[in-house]
Design a protein around this ligand. Structure first.
Ligand code: GLY
Length: 324
């Protein structure tokens, strides 16, 4: 039997009906490759390597995804994440991030300024507070109280780009900015527990105070440890309108493969946005990872790619399939 057929059969074999429809049971299938990590865009290649190493060192899935995406947050050449990210219309770099573990514990920060690693602040929100999300000055104060340093995140290059943008002040996001955007990462460990992280500086030239999908559990990231995990990239408003990542997971719960689940939600986004003004520049992409270890990436338009790391693949970049 081919590997593909084998995977399909074992996933289908693991589906059982419950009172609320179809539930994918934990297949505990040793033949499928786990651990496995997938993450959005080219910056995921390096991020995955770091996460993989953390896993190998026994540091656990949560630390692995946190430190993986921190690599993009710290890199000034990544213009859509963390330090060096393109600013809002007022020239301010504001960051959104969230993190989630296999127990559905989650933490999130939004509209956070002057802190380089929002993903680590999100983790602290999850571990040290009774809340899920804190925002703006509250998130900044919380970070400072917990030992984070105030830093200027606007690099000379980002400042220059903003000054150039000011000349026309046109709010028209460019799809697939420099071939990357938000970094979202999903990980399944060798016990088949799922973890996820998502972090971004958001859409360039957004209104001051705008928050995208990335810090919103269910939009930018969602996982259900019985079913699978999903995460998003692209124009956050479209992902929020459709509860994108939660819906991808729900589709997997109802028996779809990761690829079909991503396709279904991209289809919904396409239908909803076809007659909206942002259609011209709209791009969204999802990655999904099922409990069985199956994975996929899929986007509305051409140009999205994602990184895969597992025992057979030492961090490779895969061009995602796309709708149009
Ligand atoms: N997906 C990133 C954002 O729209 O902010």
């Amino acid at each position: 039997m081919s590997r593909r057929k084998f995977i399909k059969n074992t996933v289908l074999g693991s589906i059982a009906t419950s009172g609320f429809g179809i539930t994918v049971k934990n297949p505990k299938n040793k033949e499928l490759a786990v651990p496995r990590i997938i993450s959005t865009w080219k910056h995921g290649v390096e991020a995955n390597k770091i996460s993989w190493q953390k896993l190998k060192n026994g540091e656990g899935g949560l630390t692995a995804v946190e430190y993986g995406v921190r690599d993009s947050e710290n890199n000034p050449d990544e213009r859509s994440v963390g330090y060096g990210g393109l600013p809002d219309r007022e020239g301010k770099v504001t960051l959104d991030a969230c993190i989630m573990n296999s127990n559905n514990d989650c933490g999130s920060v939004s509209f956070l300024e002057n802190i380089k690693n929002p993903i680590s602040v999100a983790r602290l929100v999850m571990e040290k507070t009774p809340h899920v999300m804190i925002s703006g000055k509250g998130a900044y104060d919380f970070a400072i109280k917990n030992g984070f340093k105030r830093e200027n995140l606007l690099t000379e290059q980002s400042k220059k780009d903003w000054e150039d943008w000011l000349k026309k002040s046109e709010h028209k996001p460019v799809i697939n900015i420099e071939n990357h955007d938000t970094i979202s990462m999903l990980l399944i460990d060798s016990d088949r527990n799922l973890f996820g992280a998502c972090t971004t500086s958001g859409a360039a030239w957004k209104m001051h105070g705008r928050v995208g999908d990335s810090p919103i559990i269910g939009a930018g990231l969602f996982l259900d440890n019985d079913v699978g995990a999903a995460a998003a990239t692209g124009l956050g408003e479209a992902v929020i309108r459709t509860a994108g990542s939660a819906m991808v997971v729900e589709c997997m719960r109802n028996g779809m493969s990761p690829l079909d689940a991503c396709k279904e939600v991209v289809h919904r986004i396409s239908k909803l946005h076809r007659n909206r003004p942002e259609w011209e520049y709209l791009q969204v992409g999802f990655i999904a990872l099922s409990k069985s270890g199956d994975y996929a990436g899929y986007s509305l338009k051409k140009g999205f790619n994602f990184a895969l790391t597992d025992d057979q693949n030492d961090s490779i970049l895969i061009d995602a399939k796309y709708r149009i």
